[in-house]
Design a protein around this ligand. Structure first.
Ligand code: PEP
Ligand code: CO
Length: 446
């Protein structure tokens, strides 16, 4: 039995991955300001997302979660935001068409500013400084001033989240008409690849479906549909998450109003740790990442603590084992979950178990590894009698060169050309669209 939950009860437990600030007074002031500022999202949006996730868990919808590994303050600009929204919306349309199910669009956006790191410090040329923990905490530049954790960044991140979300809300209320004209999408990248014909046929079929619907209803789809779009980030920095956790009128319980869905990362999911304690008390739908060290019993205990009443839509489990480990790690967890009759949504992150470093020191991921983990995930769930209801991708709308492979046949020697991520490598626009086509083919109803 745990003592009663409060928004600060996590503070009596070990909190992994928290920065050390040198000015606690300033930190307290910032947290107090954040606690008074308006929320970024509302409880009714959060509850609406939970309902949709419950549908996905039941097999009647599919979750598409995607965005940067880490947003940067510099990328809070219209081009980058439009680019990300566009690629996510286009992927979702391809998936609707393939799966014949509603797609839940959940960005790693408008708050994905904090990163867990494998070491607390970094040494270069004999100089040791604190590691970069994301723009929420410090700067990526390797100087003592840049790496100093600065409490003011919490406010800056809150403001950029609000600016990003404001623009997303405006765009998704109707400003994105060209989304519905697949013939205008830029698929030059498929070029002469062996899959080019298949992609063009899929796009034509998608355009035909839209024109058919418009013809029989007499309404332009773009006028019909207000696009639902939800936000998510890793709930890593617990003082930041706590500062926007509130009760709201006419509802029970506490809501974390920094995002619709915060998740717990693979490095901070310890049962006795502060993150699990904080997350168990909020009413949001939440997710937990599961890497190769996750044991079946541990997963059941996490579900018991985080979703004791088996509330539908409350808990998403995102497995990220890697294409060479999923076959070993996933089946025992699914078997245990079935035995315990867990009501969870299963999602696959084919990115974080497939990160490599090239001989030249570039952190990258191979397109065929990502695809292989996804294919295996669908098959393993089918065999286990469970159901893969979501996918979690790191992607961007820009044509960066961070992951190798895909129809454009990006090689390791291409990586330096446009490598922008200061953390994990992302699929670029072309690679992300190609993954969408391949998942859609996988999900086509029998
Ligand atoms: C991430 O999603 O960027 C991440 C760090 O994932 P994980 O917790 O699965 O390693
Ligand atoms: Co990442």
């Amino acid at each position: 039995m745990r003592p009663p939950w409060t928004p600060t009860s996590w503070q009596s437990r070990p909190a992994a991955q928290q920065p050390q600030y040198d000015d606690p007074g300033q930190l307290d002031q910032v947290v107090a300001s954040l606690s008074r500022l308006p929320p970024l999202v509302t409880s009714w949006e959060i509850e609406a997302l939970k309902q949709k996730l419950a549908q996905a868990a039941a097999g009647d919808a599919f979750l598409l979660q995607g965005g940067d590994c880490s947003e940067s303050f510099e990328d809070c600009n219209p081009e980058t935001i439009v680019g990300k929204l566009k690629v996510l919306l286009q992927i979702s349309l391809v998936l609707v068409h393939g799966s014949k199910r509603p797609i839940i669009r959940l960005g790693r956006i408008a708050g994905q500013y904090a990163k867990p790191r494998s070491a607390a410090t970094e040494t270069r040329g004999g100089v040791t400084l604190p590691c970069y923990r994301g723009d929420l905490v410090n700067g990526s530049e390797f100087t003592a001033a840049g790496r100093r954790p600065d409490p003011q960044r919490l406010l800056a991140a809150y403001q950029r989240s609000a600016l990003t979300l404001n623009f997303i809300r405006a765009l998704s209320a109707g400003g994105f008409a060209d989304l519905h004209h697949p013939e205008a999408w830029d698929l030059r990248f498929v070029g002469q690849s062996s899959r080019a014909q298949q992609y063009h046929r899929l796009l034509e079929a998608l355009g035909d479906s839209i024109r058919f619907l418009e013809a029989i209803t007499g309404v332009k789809i773009s006028e019909l549909e207000r696009i639902d779009f939800f936000t998510s980030h890793e709930g890593l920095h617990l003082l930041y998450e706590q500062s926007q956790t509130r009760t709201v009128p006419h509802r029970d319980g506490w809501y974390n109003l920094t995002a619709h869905l915060p998740w717990i990362g693979d490095r901070t999911r310890s049962l006795d740790g502060a993150h699990v304690e904080f997350f168990r008390g909020i009413r949001n739908p939440i997710a937990v990442k599961l890497g190769p060290s996750a044991q079946p019993d541990e997963v059941l205990e996490l579900a018991a603590v985080l979703n004791p009443h088996g509330e539908p839509g409350r808990l998403t489990l995102i497995h990220r084992f890697g294409q060479d480990q999923i076959q070993r790690c996933l089946p025992p967890i699914l078997a245990a979950a079935r035995r315990a009759d867990l009501n969870v949504l299963w999602s696959c992150d084919p990115m974080h178990g497939n990160t490599l470093t090239t001989a030249d020191g570039w952190k990258t991921r191979r397109f065929d590894h990502i695809l292989s983990e996804l294919h295996q995930a669908f098959a393993i769930h089918r065999d286990a009698g469970t159901h893969l209801g979501g996918v979690h991708l790191e992607l961007t709308g820009e044509n960066v060169t961070e992951c190798t492979g895909g129809a454009g046949e990006l090689a390791e020697s291409d990586l330096p050309r446009a490598y922008k991520s200061s953390v994990d490598p992302r699929l670029n626009y072309e690679q992300a669209m190609e993954i969408a086509f391949l998942i859609a083919a996988e999900m086509r109803p029998e």
